[in-house]
Design a binder for this molecule. Structure first.
Ligand code: ZN
Length: 243
């Protein structure tokens, strides 16, 4: 199994050792400059592929921090598989224009370097992200933890964008209906770990093992054999990220 979106740097050392020994592969995404450095270090492990970026759910990066992250991406262009996690804030909608401007810079850089981009952009923010992706003709886009309206979902499918599904597909009607509508060929699975999940996962440390249940539910919704769905999701991820 491959976890298409995890924050490996946010686990403690002991947990990282256990995760790396689990046999899963990881796309680990970064939240700020220090996180970028930690993920570059983790990507020395053959099962770990890193993405560098700046998470939008925080005050927008200073000009100095932006410059440092952009320089790091250019320096490590052959060590990383993508730019991310980037996007627009959902919880605290401050500095919106500055966040949009930074997102556009990341999209332009991804286009220039021919790297995929990993987006955190839900509801109306997804439309803004689509506008920018179309403006810069960047088609290799991965929307993680996606939620949005029917028109945006249709637009994303037609543009060839990928979506990754979190373990809440086991209990969230909104995610289950997204799986119904989105083509299997454009889906991946993720944990967004260590972000915690509810219901059957309540109180558990988030690990890629949870994706076995996600795959089971996706297979059930798509009315397809579990093994076929697991293979397709794996292939989608390795193909999209050119692993
Ligand atoms: Zn994330």
């Amino acid at each position: 199994m491959i976890d298409a979106h995890i924050h490996l740097d946010q686990y403690n050392k002991e947990q990282q050792v256990t995760l790396l020994a689990s046999g899963a592969s990881f796309i680990t995404v970064s939240t700020d400059y220090a996180s970028c450095l930690a993920n570059l270090q983790l990507a020395q492990h053959p099962a770990v592929h890193s993405a560098l970026g700046f998470h939008p759910e925080q005050p927008v990066a200073s000009a100095e921090q932006q410059a440092a992250i952009f320089a790091l991406i250019r320096k490590h262009v052959f060590d990383i598989v993508a730019i991310g996690e980037v996007g627009l804030p959902y919880y605290e909608q401050v500095d919106r224009d500055a966040h949009i401007a930074l997102l556009e810079r990341f999209i332009a850089l991804a286009k220039e370097l021919d790297k995929p981009i990993i987006l955190h952009a839900v509801y109306e923010d997804a439309q803004v992200a689509c506008d920018l992706l179309e403006k810069h003709q960047l088609t290799r886009a991965h929307f993680h933890w996606f939620k949005g309206d029917t028109a945006t979902i249709t637009r994303m499918i037609e543009n060839g964008y990928m979506v990754s599904i979190t373990p809440d597909v086991c209990y969230e009607p909104e995610i289950r209906s997204l799986v119904t509508r989105y083509p299997l060929s454009q889906l991946m699975v993720e944990t967004d770990g260590p972000w915690p999940f509810e219901q059957e996962f309540s109180g558990q440390l988030t690990t890629p093992a949870m994706m076995a249940r996600s795959i089971e539910e996706i297979a059930h919704i798509k009315q397809l054999p579990k093994e076929q769905v697991a293979t397709q999701l794996y292939t989608n991820t390795t193909t999209f990220y050119r692993l």
